[in-house]
Ligand binder design. Structure first.
Ligand code: ATP
Length: 202
């Protein structure tokens, strides 16, 4: 059975932390493919960083070139209105009816999962892999997630990746670029060039 990994994020910009956890995701779950899904712009709102979804998509595509298992999809960008992970998963379920689907997120996202649209149905339709993230720990999970967490860890539909912690954040990268500081090797060279060429985050 084909195993497909899905990894959604703002990716503003896509950094080496994203890249490393996506690789660990592919290795540890044994995925045939990881689809990177840059989020659309907030509905009817200008992105506060002024960087368009198209730019985020292009930077993600440049970083994805470094691993042949990675593909990039504009699925969440072209969809009208608010985009929910739940709807994204339905799109891939239709496209790959018999595949095993996995979703990747960082621990900070997992701790918020109970606020996601139709989360209880979502977790029945997609397996979830979680990468460690600084300042976020499973022990902080809210009560609303407890019952599911216990079951999902046991039945294998939730997997905590063994990947080390990468203390890299898009927010810090944007601040560094904005103030003219070195980003310190946390970006793919082509992404770095792209940011320079298009004067992003200035
Ligand atoms: P920032 O990186 O500025 O904190 P963010 O977490 O919102 O922003 P996204 O691009 O939306 O960044 O992240 C997409 C997903 O990747 C989220 O589930 C997030 O938890 C995870 N993620 C991002 N950076 C890391 C990292 N360094 N380690 C582990 N997970 C990460």
């Amino acid at each position: 059975m084909k195993k497909i990994g899905l990894f959604g994020g703002t990716f503003n910009p896509f950094h080496n932390g994203h890249f490393a956890i996506a690789q660990a995701f592919a290795d540890e779950v044994g995925l045939d493919m990881v689809v990177l899904l840059p989020a659309g712009n907030p509905y009817h709102k200008e992105d506060p960083t002024g960087v368009s979804a198209q730019h985020r998509l292009e930077m993600t595509a440049l970083a994805a070139e470094a691993d042949e298992r990675f593909a990039v999809s504009d699925c969440d960008i072209v969809r009208e209105g608010k985009t929910y992970t739940f709807d994204t998963v339905q799109v891939f379920r239709q496209q790959f009816p018999s595949a095993e689907l996995w979703w990747l997120m960082g621990m900070d996202s997992l701790l918020q999962l109970h606020t996601w649209h139709k989360w209880q149905t979502l977790v029945k339709q997609v397996n979830i892999a979680v990468a460690a993230r600084q300042d976020s720990h499973l022990s902080q999970a809210p009560q609303a997630l407890h019952a599911w967490l216990g079951n999902a860890l046991q039945d294998g539909s939730l997997k905590l990746l063994q990947t080390p912690m990468y203390n890299i954040s898009s927010t810090e990268i944007r601040e560094a670029v904005c103030t003219g500081r070195d980003t310190g090797g946390v970006l793919d060279r082509k992404v770095e060039q792209y940011i320079r060429q298009h004067h992003l985050y200035r």
